[in-house]
Design a protein. Structure first.
Length: 84
C-alpha cells in the first residue's frame, strides 16, 4: 500500500512540475523518487520504534499507575482553567 501511495503522490508532483514549470520528469525518476521516499520513511519509522523500545525498557513499569498510599487521593487533569 505504501508503494501505491508513494507512486501516486510522485506522479501528482511530476504533473504539477509539468503544468506549472513546463518541465518533464522522466517516468523512471518518478518511480525512483517514490522508492526513495518509502525507504526514508521506513528508516525513520524503524529508528523511532527503536527509540521507543529503549525508553520502554529503561523506564519499565515506573509509569504504571499505582494505588495511592495512606488514603491519599490523586487527581490528574489536562485541562487549562486559566481565564484570559
Amino acid at each position: 500500500m505504501e508503494l501505491v501511495v508513494a507512486i501516486t503522490y510522485h506522479i501528482w508532483l511530476a504533473r504539477n512540475v509539468h503544468t506549472f514549470h513546463d518541465k518533464d520528469i522522466p517516468d523512471q525518476k518518478v518511480i525512483m523518487n517514490a522508492y526513495s521516499r518509502i525507504q526514508d520513511f521506513q528508516t525513520a519509522k524503524k529508528v523511532n520504534q527503536d527509540d521507543e523500545n529503549l525508553k520502554t525498557n529503561s523506564e519499565g513499569a515506573s509509569k504504571a499507575w499505582k494505588k495511592p498510599v495512606n488514603a491519599r487521593v490523586k487527581a490528574n487533569s489536562d485541562a487549562n482553567l486559566a481565564i484570559d
